[in-house]
Design a binder for this molecule. Structure first.
Ligand code: ZN
Length: 90
């Protein structure tokens, strides 16, 4: 049976979620602590908030996460071990 992502299906899944709760799967690893999740049933998106709780993923939070992710990637690149020869100042 092919998987469909019609809004009707979302409605039924939304009902399922109300009964059994959401089934979040990681949709994006933002940093080592912050992740974005999407419900496998109703496609509701949440993210780890500053308090470490789950918050609804708004457009604003998406932008914040994108910036965070950029900084995280850049910092990790910089932290990669690069051996620099020590210069002696005479
Ligand atoms: Zn759900």
């Amino acid at each position: 049976m092919p998987k469909t992502t019609s809004p009707e299906g979302g409605k039924i899944s939304g009902f399922f979620c109300q009964l059994f709760g959401h089934r979040y799967v990681i949709s994006k690893q933002v940093t080592s602590h912050v992740k974005e999740y999407r419900c496998a049933h109703c496609h509701k998106e949440v993210t780890t908030s500053a308090e470490g709780k789950l918050a609804i993923l708004t457009e604003k939070l998406k932008t914040v996460n994108a910036t965070l992710h950029e900084m995280y990637v850049k910092r990790n690149r910089r932290l990669a071990p690069i051996k620099q020869p020590k210069r002696r100042v005479a």
